[in-house]
Design a protein around this ligand. Structure first.
Ligand SMILES: [Zn+2]
Length: 126
């Protein structure tokens, strides 16, 4: 990994993709995005904040197709997803099928633009 590459914000696991966060041992808050300035609820910092993972599963709130971008291959679809953890994130969709409000999506690793990225795909209808 190049020195100036940003810290990886997610990982693929056997149980599905996870998004990296921090857990506050003092109050139980899952701090996301992860940072070292302190718990966003109680202000605790230091060793009370430990690594935690959020499952990359959630529900689609909104989506938009991007047709112009300086560096990323277009078109692509960006979405606002509400994760099961309650955190709302901006996320790349895989582009398979039309985005559906309130549909369930899960994160997967996708090779795009020369790198592995977290993208969300529509879960199969149950
Ligand atoms: Zn806290």
């Amino acid at each position: 990994m190049p020195e100036d590459a940003p810290a990886r914000t997610w990982s693929a696991t056997p149980g599905g993709a996870v998004i990296h966060a921090r857990h506050c041992a003092r109050c139980g808050t899952i701090v996301f995005p992860p940072q070292e300035y302190g718990c966003t609820t109680c202000g605790a910092h230091g060793d009370v904040l430990t690594a935690a993972d959020i499952p990359a599963h959630g529900t689609l709130v909104a989506a938009v197709v991007v047709h112009t971008h300086a560096t990323f291959p277009v078109p692509f679809t960006m979405a606002e997803l509400k994760l099961d953890s309650g955190h709302v994130i901006r996320a790349l969709l895989t582009g398979e099928g039309e985005p559906r409000h309130a549909a369930r999506y899960r994160g997967i690793g996708l090779e795009i633009g020369g790198g592995q990225r977290l993208a969300f795909q529509l879960e199969a209808a149950e």
